[in-house]
Design a protein around this ligand. Structure first.
Ligand SMILES: Nc1ncnc2c1ncn2[C@@H]1O[C@H](COP(=O)(O)OP(=O)(O)OP(=O)(O)O)[C@@H](O)[C@H]1O
Ligand SMILES: [Mg+2]
Length: 324
């Protein structure tokens, strides 16, 4: 089966003071029809840039520098903006991480949701409103009519996050890119959003990319994981293997969680910092923080090694046992 989405060696670049910087630096992965894939990594590793590159909504001045993105046999990277607009929303939706910036502050939230429905072909205004009110109820709003008429500034951050989810989900896209869909939410709202995503996956076979800091969410809901470090995907595999990693960075991430099953845990406890885009060396970017690093690691970025359904970039991988 051909994958629904295929990312081939994509680099995303921005020019700063005459230098070409790459927040995403040659990544490849795919998502099959109906599959849920998780993407994790510390802050600044390029997760959002990866998602935004798929729908061509990168920030101003940031562009796809090389590689190609193929969705449903269409090369997205060669579509015009007009053609891309037809894909966005109807075929591929995004739950943006920057929720406040993504909602229109001047438009009532109900209208923002029904507009998404109209865009995907919902012509009947009455039916669109009923559908929207239902979706608001599913997302935990007890008085959906009131919310329908509200403006984003009248709602809390968590409420806006649920509205964003409604905008992205209502048109039943074939692929949903969910960038931290449940972070900074109370447990009940987190669960509502995640259970809506799972329901879409079950009922409509929606493929989902979940970006999350929370590895336990990835372990629980995704069939495969991708771990990103400094613009590169350093490890990928089936999510049951997430806690027996091969790459020392994945190992450090899993170790940074206080208790594997704790929800909402932040990945803040790895000594050292992700190198900024301006300071990336030619070798393995994790080498300066890696206990196993030797001189070759600082010199050459390791080629991909594939082992059954796992793939990683490391000169000195672990054996898949967390105790190492
Ligand atoms: N508008 C921009 N112009 C240039 N560089 C940017 C811009 N926005 C982000 N970056 C850089 O791109 C890199 C990747 O950013 P990105 O937002 O994709 O990280 P992330 O993995 O999503 O982080 P987080 O977990 O904090 O959401 C960062 O190092 C950041 O400094
Ligand atoms: Mg992000």
């Amino acid at each position: 089966m051909a994958p629904l989405l295929k990312i081939n060696n994509v680099a995303v670049a921005v020019e700063k003071r005459g230098e070409l910087l790459k927040p995403v630096d040659g990544i490849s992965f795919s998502i099959n029809e109906g599959e849920i894939v998780g993407l994790a990594g510390e802050s600044g590793c390029g997760k959002s840039m990866t998602a935004l590159s798929i729908v061509n909504l990168l920030p101003h001045g940031v562009n796809i520098h090389s590689g190609e993105i193929i969705y449903n046999n269409k090369t997205l990277t060669s579509l015009s903006e007009k053609e891309m607009r037809r894909v966005r929303g109807r075929e591929i939706s995004v739950i943006f991480q920057e929720v406040r910036q993504s909602l229109n502050p001047l438009m009532r939230v109900g209208k923002q949701i029904t507009e998404a429905l109209e865009l995907s072909g919902g012509k009947n205004k009455e039916a669109n409103k009923t559908h929207t009110l239902e979706m608001l109820r599913v997302l935990g709003f007890d008085e959906p009519e009131k919310i329908f008429d509200a403006y984003p500034h009248q709602l809390s951050g968590g409420m806006c996050q649920r509205i964003m989810t409604a905008v992205a989900a209502i048109s039943r896209p074939r692929l949903l890119l969910a960038d931290e869909p449940s972070s900074s939410l109370d447990i009940e709202s987190q669960e509502r959003i995640l259970s809506l995503l799972m329901q879409m996956n079950r009922e409509f076979n929606t493929s989902i990319l979940i970006i999350s800091h929370d590895l336990s969410i990835i372990r629980k809901f995704c069939s495969r994981f991708l771990i990103m470090y400094a613009g590169k995907i350093v490890e990928e595999g089936p999510s049951q293997a997430l806690f027996s990693p091969l790459h020392p960075y994945t190992h450090a991430l899993t170790g940074a969680i206080p208790g594997k099953d704790k929800r909402g845990a932040k990945l803040e406890n790895i000594p050292g910092k992700v190198p900024s885009v301006e300071n990336r060396l030619s070798g393995c970017p994790f080498a300066p923080r890696c206990k196993k690093a030797q001189s070759i690691c600082k010199e050459t970025f390791p080629p991909a090694i594939e082992k059954e359904d796992r793939r990683f970039h490391c000169h000195f991988p672990l054996t898949g046992d967390l105790s190492e």
